[in-house]
Design a protein around this ligand. Structure first.
Ligand code: NAD
Length: 485
């Protein structure tokens, strides 16, 4: 085992979980055993809630300008340890070092945004009648929870940690049991940055802990990132217990490629979007709707795909189950008449035979009713669906129940605008394959890609992590009494 057993982090200390069950943490890169992670139980969660509750009064009363000083230092530590953090991400998740470094750079950007929160959370004040003022202020919720998935071991935790904590909350995070190592290192860096004990706690485990978080009366809000089926269950369970909940689900992102698209740029973007992070991004292009005659672009996409080599510039998928599921989708589509132009099945990397790799895959003549066109594949695979008109392409895109992202490739601004207005997704790209909005803009899909109000990052996250206090104030007796005050 390369690293010691993973431990919970409660009240500023790494501690053993009381649950006896443990799972192995296997590196998708080569199948090696990295560590083992405990499956905590309700007693462990109770300790974390107690520690966060105890820390909350002092932390929430500290002025926000002081609280964000921790995050200025945390940002510097992320930068200082960039390579080490990236290596951990790559080892436990399977992505390439380049992708892992980009992930840590994104963590820095997220933290920078949190440092700007004092400028963004100012309240409002107005003299509403003579000598009487009304004012509003954003106040923290209390103890909040963040439950995160395997595909971004560091970035998705950092979607929530800096904002929620800078805004005055105390947090319990439940990492994915598939990638539990990165969050432990983030806990050490937060401690080194000066975050007081108890403000940030880590409880490892599986669905048992997720359910305990939803049910715990001491937790005010839950943010959750997972597949749609589980996001729905958790959203229902958390809101059933009157908690605020934002549950981000899966995705099926469509790219619409029009005949006037710039071929080389479009091909590079499509190939990078479908294969980046081995296709395990909720913003990955999964289906491409080819509008009219775009064979010359499809040819270039295949050329680009062939340059993407597992183990070199393409990472591994998370585990063997995933690899088998992805390859099954490809084989089923082929049996149903789709044409595999670039085939990534059975990829093996020399010297890493136990790694779980799928090569880049381009499949043409996919029909909208095939499973590969409808379901989230979560692998480096693009399904090409042919359509005759833009409206037909939009109907295909809007026919899927998800709504994370959609992109169009064209040089016609009017047509791009037409598609932006009609595409039923939360994040739209024009000549951009992965249309992730950068800070201060917020990240969030629609429809079955997100349950709950608002977005998880950017300015929108302020509404999720705080509640509004409204005060009506009169100091001077000469202000008098009128019908309103
Ligand atoms: P995962 O298996 O790591 O699970 C994610 C989290 O859910 C973990 O913390 C896990 O413990 C918990 N969980 C799993 N099963 C559960 C259950 N039955 N009940 C309660 N909790 C449970 O990762 P995953 O779900 O395979 O993650 C990938 C999914 O996340 C994809 O569908 C992806 O699209 C989605 N995702 C969405 C976004 C977005 O912004 N919408 C971002 C990233 C990932």
């Amino acid at each position: 085992m390369k690293y010691p057993s993973v431990r919970n982090y409660i009240n500023g200390q790494f501690v053993e979980a009381s649950g006896a069950r443990k799972l192995q943490v296997i590196s998708p890169l080569d199948g090696s055993l990295l560590s083992e992670v405990p499956m905590s139980d309700a007693a462990d969660l109770q300790k974390a809630v107690k520690s966060a509750k105890t820390a909350f009064p002092a932390w929430s009363r500290m002025p926000i300008k002081e609280r964000v000083q921790v995050f200025y230092r945390y940002k510097s530590l992320l930068e200082k340890h960039q390579d080490e953090l990236a290596r951990l991400v790559s080892e436990e998740n399977g992505k390439t070092m380049g992708e892992a470094i980009a992930e840590i750079e994104k963590c820095v950007e997220l933290t920078e945004f949190a440092c700007s929160l004092p400028q963004l959370v100012t309240g409002e004040v107005l003299e509403v009648s003579k000598g009487v003022e009304c004012r509003t202020e954003h106040v923290p919720l209390g103890v909040v929870a963040s439950i995160v998935p395997f595909n971004f071991p560091s970035m998705v935790p950092n979607w929530t940690i800096p904002n929620a904590i800078a805004l005055g909350n105390c947090m319990i995070i439940k990492p994915s049991e598939k990638v539990p190592l990165s969050v432990g290192r983030l806990a050490q860096l937060l401690q080194e940055a000066g975050l007081p004990a108890g403000v940030f706690n880590v409880v490892h485990g599986d669905s048992e802990i997720v359910e305990a978080i939803c049910d715990h009366p001491g937790i005010e809000a839950v943010s959750f990132v997972v597949s749609t089926r589980i996001a729905k269950m958790v959203y229902q369970r958390a809101t059933h217990h009157y908690k605020r909940c934002l549950a981000l689900g899966g995705a099926k992102n469509h790219l619409l490629v029009l005949p006037d698209a710039i071929p080389a740029m479009t091909a590079q973007n499509v190939a990078a979007s479908m294969s980046g992070c081995a296709g395990q991004r909720c913003m990955a292009a999964s289906a491409m709707v080819a509008v009219g005659q775009v064979d010359h672009i499809i040819e270039k996409i295949c050329d680009e795909a062939k340059k993407i080599v597992p183990g070199k510039n393409l990472g591994a998928v998370i585990n063997r189950d995933s690899k088998e599921r992805i390859e099954r989708y490809i084989s089923e589509a082929e049996q149903q008449g789709a044409k595999v132009l670039v085939d990534g099945r059975h990829a093996v990397v020399n010297g890493k035979e136990h790694g779980t790799y799928v090569g880049p895959t381009v499949i043409d003549f996919v029909k909208p009713d095939m499973a590969i066109a409808k379901e989230e594949v979560f692998g480096p695979v693009i399904s090409i669906i042919r359509s005759n008109t833009v409206d037909e392409a939009l109907a295909i895109e809007n026919g899927n129940p998800y709504g994370n992202a959609a992109s169009v490739f064209t040089q016609n601004g009017g047509m791009a605008r037409y598609i932006i207005e009609r595409a039923n997704a939360g994040m739209i790209g024009v000549n951009v394959g992965v249309p992730v909005p950068r800070e201060p803009f917020s990240f969030g899909g629609w429809n079955e890609s997100k349950f709950g109000v608002g977005d998880i990052t950017g300015k929108s996250s302020i509404e999720f992590w705080t509640k509004l206090k409204k005060s009506t104030i009169k100091w001077n007796p000469e202000s008098g009494v009128n019908w309103m005050s």
